[in-house]
Design a protein around this ligand. Structure first.
Ligand code: SF4
Length: 378
């Protein structure tokens, strides 16, 4: 893992910028309060919230959600989406209300209809199936997931066995493993590293899911290397900049927090990791919620400092609702703790950009969410 990860924009993002022509100009984000001192000024305990930054939407999620919205603007309802476009209940419900129809497989999409592939990516077989059924497709796979797919294809073609650190059954892992099923072995965690079997004499390299815990992944790799000293490292990190930055922000505030609240859905890997990271780094308690309704007021018993963050697929509105609720319960002081600035934006999928251009519509990627996330809640 790069030492700079989490302290500003890490190498993988620069690599991705070089690798993808469709990365567009950054937007600016106004400076927030400094994260250098998160300790209250006086000895008197003040009920407060430490608001982690970065939090919420990443560039890949912003692009995927905007792709569905623009497709709806362009073609009208229904637009089919294979799997949840991003792992967030609120986002899915909002798009459903606009006419998006979420399906599990391309088989569920009527012949000839338009289907959007989610940010988590799909295996080549899914593209083939879609072509067989004459579906029109928009591929909203995050470019940083595509980068891992390309690495898998490259190393498989060079006869490596790829040890893919990730969660079996997670859509991203299914998609990446589908690039070279015969050459990829999934390693779920450090314990699995102690027991997996690989054929003798093969060259080995590891890759990973983009949304894992950085620390746990490094432990998995350490244990793999004990058994397979010839294991090679990937050319750049696969755990993406957004996952790393959100974990660094949580590590910074966790030691100060009696309670950490993480907004994010249960199937959001990076959100679930934030709950774990908070506990590992000193938060007394840590809970994940989909929305403000899930807060149990009993969690506030004896709590002076609440930490608040959100996963990479979470709209800022849900964080603002939590801030309003905790303010009503006596936690009106909000200190935003900034550990990195993010200004990455990905252009919309090329096929969608072409169609928007032909229809004389804007293909700009600056969404309302990006603007909303750029300012502190009032
Ligand atoms: Fe892309 Fe990372 Fe966001 Fe996943 S979490 S969509 S890999 S930027």
């Amino acid at each position: 893992m790069h030492p700079a990860a989490g302290a500003g924009r890490p190498d993988p993002v620069r690599a991705a910028r070089r690798a993808y022509d469709d990365v567009v100009t950054p937007t600016s984000r106004p400076p927030a309060t400094s994260g250098s001192d998160v300790t209250p000024a006086s000895g008197t305990p003040t009920r407060r919230v430490l608001l982690a930054s970065p939090r919420g939407y990443c560039a890949g999620v912003d692009r995927a959600v905007l792709a569905v919205e623009k497709a709806l603007d362009l073609h009208g309802a229904p637009i089919y989406v294979r799997k949840q476009i991003v792992h967030n209940k609120h986002v899915v419900a909002t798009l459903q209300a606009r006419g998006a129809v979420f399906v599990d497989e391309t088989d569920d999409v009527p012949e000839g209809a338009l289907v959007v592939f989610s940010a988590h990516g799909v295996a080549p077989v899914v593209h083939e199936e879609a072509a067989r059924r004459n579906l029109r497709t928009i591929d909203a796979t995050c470019p940083l997931v595509t980068k891992v797919h390309k690495e898998a294809v490259r190393f498989a073609s060079e006869d490596y066995r790829i040890l893919l650190v990730g969660h079996k059954g997670h859509e991203e892992v299914v998609g990446t493993a589908g690039e070279a099923p015969e050459r990829i072995t999934v390693v779920e965690n450090p314990e699995a590293a102690d027991t997996i079997e690989v054929p003798d004499g093969e060259r080995l390299i590891w890759l990973s899911q983009t949304t894992l815990s950085v620390d746990e992944t490094m432990e998995t790799v350490r244990r793999l290397r004990v058994r397979f000293p010839h294991l090679q490292d990937p050319p750049s990190d696969d755990i993406c900049y957004a996952t790393q930055n959100r974990q660094v922000a949580v590590k910074k505030i966790a030691p100060q927090c009696d309670l950490m609240i993480v907004v994010g859905s249960s199937n959001s890997s990076n959100s679930v990791r934030l709950v774990e990271v908070a506990l590992e780094h000193g938060a007394t308690a840590s809970h994940r919620i989909d929305s403000v309704d899930e807060i149990d007021p009993a969690w506030l018993d004896g709590v002076t400092t609440i930490g608040l963050t959100s996963g990479a697929s979470v709209p800022e509105i849900l964080v603002r609702e939590v801030l309003a609720w905790v303010a009503e319960h006596g936690y009106g002081q909000v200190d935003e703790v900034v550990t990195a600035e993010e200004d990455l934006l990905f252009a919309l999928p090329q096929e969608l950009r072409r169609e928007l251009k032909a229809a004389g519509m804007s293909a700009a990627t600056e969404s309302a969410e990006a603007e909303s996330a750029a300012s502190l809640p009032s």
